[in-house]
Design a binder for this molecule. Structure first.
Ligand SMILES: Nc1ncnc2c1ncn2[C@@H]1O[C@H](COP(=O)(O)OP(=O)(O)OP(=O)(O)O)[C@@H](O)[C@H]1O
Length: 504
């Protein structure tokens, strides 16, 4: 067995009264891919922040290759050979591949005070070569495909190898959570390539991914490390048992469940067009129906959803709700008319970081929570407390600032925002399960069904084909800005959707 490269011993970290890490001990051996999984709020990101120098532990010891490690910031971590790849790509699109890979370390290519561009490209080519890549170092980054950009991102992290004169330790924070199926595959392939060049700590909510690429897996629960085993000795059910203390049932439609109470009321979209994003879009969404939209990034589906919430008005066409033609100049119009929107980019569009859970949940509905001219604080508090409990939001104090919540818990707050003041007529859900642990995914899946059962029409963009098929009643496929097909979900297979999305 190889020796540990990185050893974390009894590390603790608290934020106010919250113990985010409680005596956590883990180790990563040379050339090993180690998985780190846990429910939302279990401490995964906090551990990565400690290891990348973004925050200091309160107690405990970290050693790297036998030497005690004290990190005052990310620059210290990079010097020691620890690099982090964040959820989203951090490359500068208008720079060349070589400039991105060597960013911050261009002095390695300085000759008599001038940049030697040939030397810079050669240094970058060395990093790309480590991953067996043939991408040209002089290519502009925004001319590359997503998968190629991901290779550049990893090559950039691998460049710390020369600076630290050691095999790097690479921290991957949910690198697949924002991606569609094809891109997830590309990232998992890159992780396989990293094995043997570096030691990797891989955080993911997708247990099947952890079981596929990791040699060993650690499970965190409420800030403690509760299990650690080789991949071969774990199964999905065991992992869930350790994460939640019990096995989870599967949130599938019960075949005996009565059909959604669909009615003739609902949303109709006619000849909607916004060039170059989409054109001639037509569909109906009845009350109580869940309509899934399949399509790859750039198919126009995100832009279409934004039009239906008044963020990006269409050039032409008609949006009709319950027989009334809507003029959606801005999101406030959509909210007033009963349309809710849970965006994919919740941390940017969904959450106001400086406000509390309570303020975030009630922000768009204050009018509906008033008794006469005054805000009914008791009712507001009772509703917010109800949804905190219903969605298992932790920490559960309504006054907690939203920026102190883990990513998954922030997401639950954004969803609750549309539920506190009575149901909207139409709810647009853009990747509603993204970033949630498997338990929360199951809770939200059941909740989405209940919302549809209660008569809300739901327009859904999902992370995976399976999620789209399981949740939807019917599915439209968008390709290059037009609707290329409309199918009942029950008889559609994931492979068919994949072909339809990419068919030319
Ligand atoms: N800056 C902060 N201030 C206060 N509390 C914080 C802060 N950062 C994290 N926490 C709390 O620490 C706990 C662990 O959070 P962390 O983000 O590490 O969880 P996580 O496992 O990464 O969750 P997720 O899967 O949802 O991203 C949570 O209860 C969170 O609310």
């Amino acid at each position: 067995m190889t020796h540990p490269v990185l050893r974390v011993e009894q590390v603790s970290k608290s934020f106010g009264g919250i113990r985010a890490l409680n005596d956590v001990s883990i180790e990563i051996r040379a050339s090993e891919v180690v998985g780190l999984i846990g429910a939302n709020g279990s401490g995964k990101s906090t551990l990565l922040k400690v290891l990348s120098g973004l925050c200091q532990p309160d107690s405990g010891r970290i050693t790297l290759r036998g030497e005690i490690l004290k990190l005052k910031g990310v620059a210290d971590a990079a010097k020691a050979g620890i690099g982090m790849v964040f959820q989203e790509l951090s490359l500068l699109p208008n720079l060349s591949v070589a400039e991105n890979i060597m960013l911050g370390h261009e002095d390695a290519a300085l000759r008599a005070g001038f940049y030697d561009w040939k030397a810079l490209r050669a240094l970058a080519a060395v990093q790309l070569g480590k991953l067996g890549s043939r991408i040209s170092p002089s290519a502009r980054t925004d001319s590359l495909s997503f998968a190629e950009q991901q290779v550049v991102e990893l090559a950039k992290v691998l460049a710390i190898e020369e600076r630290s004169h050691n095999e790097p330790v690479i921290l991957l924070d949910e690198p697949t959570s924002m991606l569609d199926a094809a891109h997830i595959e590309a990232v998992l392939e890159q992780i396989e390539r990293l094995r043997g060049r570096s030691s990797v700590l891989f955080v993911t909510h997708r247990l099947d991914e952890a079981l596929r690429v990791c040699d060993r897996i650690y499970v965190l629960s409420e800030g403690r490390c509760v299990a650690q085993r080789d991949r071969a000795n774990f199964g999905i059910a065991d992992l869930q048992q350790h994460m939640f203390g019990h096995k989870l049932g599967v949130a599938r439609s019960d075949p005996g469940e009565s059909p959604h109470p669909k009615t003739k009321s609902g949303l109709s979209v006619r000849a909607l067009c916004r060039l170059p994003s989409y054109r001639d879009i037509n569909f109906d969404l009845s009350s109580g129906e869940i309509l899934g939209i399949a399509g790859v990034a750039g198919s126009g589906r995100e832009s279409l959803c934004r039009a239906l919430f008044g963020i990006e008005p269409p050039d032409s066409g008609e949006i009709v709700l319950d027989g009334q033609t809507l003029q959606l100049g801005e999101p406030a119009d959509a909210v007033r008319l009963g349309i809710g929107y849970v965006p994919a980019e919740r941390r940017i569009e969904g959450i106001v970081a400086g406000l509390s859970i309570l303020e975030n949940m009630t922000l768009v509905h204050l009018g509906g929570l008033c008794r006469g001219p005054f805000l009914d604080h008791a009712r507001e508090k009772a509703l917010v407390t109800h949804w905190i409990k219903q969605l298992h939001i932790t920490p559960g104090a309504a006054a907690t600032p939203a920026q102190h919540l883990s990513g998954g818990n922030q997401q639950k707050v954004v969803l609750a925002k549309w539920l506190v003041a009575g149901a909207p007529k139409i709810l647009i859900l853009d990747h509603p399960l993204r970033g949630l642990d498997v338990g929360a995914q199951r809770d939200i899946t059941l909740l989405i069904r209940e919302l549809a059962q209660s008569g809300i029409g739901i327009l859904l963009i999902a992370d995976t084909y399976e999620e789209l098929i399981t949740l939807s009643d019917s599915i439209i496929v968008m390709k290059d800005g037009v609707v290329s097909g409309h199918f009942p979900a029950a008889t559609t297979k994931p492979s068919e959707l994949q072909i339809l999305e990419r068919m030319t």
